[in-house]
Design a protein around this ligand. Structure first.
Ligand SMILES: Cc1cc2nc3c(=O)[nH]c(=O)nc-3n(C[C@H](O)[C@H](O)[C@H](O)COP(=O)(O)OP(=O)(O)OC[C@H]3O[C@@H](n4cnc5c(N)ncnc54)[C@H](O)[C@@H]3O)c2cc1C
Length: 197
C-alpha cells in the first residue's frame, strides 16, 4: 500500500456517515457505499447525549444540531402502570455545565441529513449494495449487486443489524432477543442519589 490508505465504508446510516465525516476531516480518503437509492426523512425522535454532541462538534455540526433540536430539562422514567416517576436525570443547562455539551432530542432524519451533508461531495455512492467482500492480501475487493467492483485497503462495516460484513467475517447469525425490553424494572433515582455527574 502506497500513500494514504483507501478506506471503504459500507452503509451510510448514522454510523457510516459519522465515520466518513470524521475520517475525511482527519485527512483520510474515505468513500461510502450505500444500498439505498437515496434517503428520505425516515424515523422519529432520537436522543443525542453530550458524548455524541462532542463528536458532532468535531464534525462541525454541533451548532446546527443545537438549533434544530429540543433541549429537555430532565429525563423522566415512569412506572408503566402508575405513571410514578422512578428516575429523574437533570439535563438542559445541567448537562451543558457538567458534561460540556448539550443533551437534545432531534428528528432522526434531520440528524442524518446533517451528517450526510458533512460527508465530502462525491464520496457517497447510492445504489451500491455490497454482495461480497474478499481479502486479496494487498487489497480488499468489494463486489456490489449492480455488478461493479471496487478495491480498498481498509473496509469498515457500518451496514446495520443485518451486516453483510459481519456475516462474512463471523458467519451468519440471526438476531437474538435477549429479553431486555419487556417488563419494566424499578431503577433507582440517580439524580436524587447524586450519581449522575
Ligand atoms: C426505535 C429506535 C429508537 C432509537 N433511539 C435512539 C436514541 O434515542 N438515541 C440513540 O443514540 N440511538 C437510538 N437508536 C439506535 C440508533 O438508531 C442505531 O444505533 C443507529 O441508527 C445505528 O446506526 P448504523 O449506522 O450502525 O446502522 P443503520 O442506521 O441501520 O445503517 C446501516 C446502513 O447500511 C445500509 N446497508 C445495509 N446493508 C448494506 C449492504 N449490503 N450494502 C450497502 N449498504 C448497506 C443500510 O441501507 C443503512 O443505510 C434507536 C433505534 C431504534 C430502532
Amino acid at each position: 500500500m502506497q500513500g494514504k490508505p483507501r478506506i471503504a465504508i459500507i452503509g451510510a446510516g448514522l454510523g457510516g456517515t459519522a465515520a466518513a465525516a470524521l475520517m475525511q476531516r482527519a485527512g483520510f480518503q474515505a468513500r461510502l457505499y450505500e444500498q439505498a437509492p437515496g434517503f428520505s426523512r425516515l424515523g422519529a425522535g432520537i436522543h443525542v447525549g453530550p458524548n455524541v454532541m462532542k463528536i458532532m462538534r468535531r464534525i462541525g455540526i454541533e451548532d446546527a444540531l443545537n438549533d434544530m433540536g429540543c433541549h429537555p430539562d430532565y429525563w423522566y422514567s415512569r412506572d408503566w402502570e402508575t405513571g410514578e416517576v422512578i428516575a429523574q436525570i437533570p439535563l438542559g443547562d445541567y448537562a451543558l455545565k457538567h458534561y460540556g455539551a448539550s443533551y437534545l432530542t432531534v428528528h432522526r432524519g434531520d440528524f442524518h441529513k446533517l451528517l450526510t451533508d458533512a460527508v465530502a461531495p462525491g464520496t457517497l455512492f447510492f445504489n451500491k449494495k455490497l454482495e461480497s467482500v474478499a481479502d486479496q492480501g494487498d487489497a480488499v475487493q468489494l463486489r456490489f449487486t449492480d455488478g461493479t467492483v471496487e478495491e480498498a485497503d481498509i473496509v469498515i462495516g457500518a451496514d446495520g443489524v443485518n451486516s453483510r460484513i459481519r456475516e462474512t467475517l463471523l458467519g451468519a447469525e440471526p438476531p437474538k432477543y435477549h429479553g431486555l425490553c419487556g417488563t419494566p424494572r424499578r431503577v433507582p433515582d440517580l439524580a436524587r442519589q447524586g450519581l449522575h455527574a
